[in-house]
Design a protein around this ligand. Structure first.
Ligand SMILES: Nc1ncnc2c1ncn2[C@@H]1O[C@H](COP(=O)(O)OP(=O)(O)OP(=O)(O)O)[C@@H](O)[C@H]1O
Ligand SMILES: [Mg+2]
Length: 361
């Protein structure tokens, strides 16, 4: 088996999926268009019920779109049944065969394809080696840890050399530490094999650390598609800004515009902020200021705020400060030992305009 698999490019064109009839209708996926490049790792991220799993099931062929088209390498796959789509799916529940040992679980799909025994042996051994499962071949799934079971599920998907790997919250059943470790393994494996991957999660850390691009979904619709940096630094909507990390929103007036830079008034100070293309002069807008973009100091300045809460977390201190009846979240990731601001004290506040962004109201 060569390391590089022939891998697919996927396109969704105005895909809609409606469940149910009449008044109980649910628009689970609402006019979604998306192009995924060959070899790309794309994550669908969003809150519960936003349509992530349904989108993945449409791609896999377990559901049929109400309208719209799905194209794999520019070919419409509407009439290709799920078992004939060159895709493999990894589930949260692992879905291993309990009565088959590790080797047989991984070999299962190749046996269905009637691959000669010697080739099966070789292909399975390569994948078991790649997934650090050597020595566990004869064990049954109930004799494995959760992390090992998930690696078997991954091996079973990889051995089929799919053009497309689909993941639905594959790490949710693992504890936090194992989740981080598996996350890195998946990323390494995907980069090494270069298989086009669509990964579903509601965990933003997982999405940020794994993906080439993240698709943020909300109520069946795409809110934004971008690299992890783009969605964090230049969120398209308040929903994205709030869902990815934490954000403060300060209402401001747009005083002037110069291309993608706006002059706004933040608590009586004129500052220049990068802005969304929808911003117009004279509008009300929200300055999105990340908690880590705010600096507190004991000097006096034009922005004086009262410390309402201060929580020491070891590698950081989290504050809530009040300024003009607004409560702002502040994180200090480099706290000086013994120099924490006390609750009730007044501090001077500055924020970094370069790490802030202006969004339409
Ligand atoms: N077979 C079905 N019949 C009716 N409604 C459905 C069906 N499957 C999903 N839905 C509805 O479609 C919407 C999207 O569901 P989906 O499972 O895609 O969400 P999700 O983003 O994967 O959520 P979660 O993070 O909770 O897994 C929800 O409102 C859900 O109740
Ligand atoms: Mg789901």
């Amino acid at each position: 088996m060569s390391e590089q698999t022939e891998t697919g490019a996927l396109r969704l064109e105005n895909v809609t999926k409606i469940f149910g009839q009449g008044s109980s209708q649910v628009r689970a996926v609402d006019d979604v268009s998306l192009t995924i490049q060959s070899g790309e790792f794309v994550t669908l991220l969003g809150p519960s019920g936003c349509g992530k799993t349904t989108t993945l099931r449409l791609i896999a062929g377990f559901e049929f779109p109400t309208s719209g088209r799905l194209l794999l390498d520019e070919k419409d796959i509407a009439n290709v049944p799920p078992n004939l789509r060159p895709m493999a799916m990894v589930f949260q529940s692992y879905a291993l065969f309990p009565h088959l040992n590790v080797f047989e679980n991984v070999a299962y799909g190749l046996r269905l394809r009637k691959m000669p025994e010697a080739e099966i042996k070789e292909a399975v051994n390569i994948v078991l080696h790649m997934m650090n499962l050597v020595g566990l071949e004869r064990r049954n799934p109930n004799q494995l840890s959760g992390g090992q079971q998930q690696r078997v599920a991954l091996a079973r998907a990889m051995v089929m050399k799919p053009k497309l790997l689909l993941f639905d919250e594959p790490l949710s059943n693992l504890d936090a530490k194992l989740r981080t470790q598996m996350r890195m393994e998946i990323r390494r494996l995907q980069q090494r094999m270069g298989i086009t991957s669509v990964y579903v999660t509601h965990d933003q850390m997982e999405a940020m650390s794994l993906s080439d691009r993240v698709v943020v979904m909300n109520r069946g619709k795409i809110e934004q598609v971008g690299t992890p940096e783009e969605i964090y630094q230049r969120p398209a909507t308040m929903f994205v800004a709030d869902f990815i990390g934490r954000a403060n929103f300060v209402e401001t007036d747009v005083l002037a515009l110069d291309g993608r830079l706006a002059i706004v008034d933040v608590y009586g100070q004129k500052v220049q902020l990068a802005c969304s293309p929808e911003i117009r002069v004279g509008q009300k807008a929200y300055a999105m200021i990340r908690p880590e973009a705010i600096n507190l100091s004991s000097r006096t300045s034009n922005y004086m705020a009262e410390v309402k809460t201060a929580v020491y977390l070891g590698n950081s201190v989290e504050y809530e400060v009040e300024i003009e009846q607004n409560l702002l979240k502040v994180v200090d990731y480099d706290p000086t030992p013994g120099m924490m601001f006390r609750e009730g004290s007044f501090v001077s506040m500055t924020f970094d305009p370069e790490r802030s962004y202006l969004l339409p109201k």
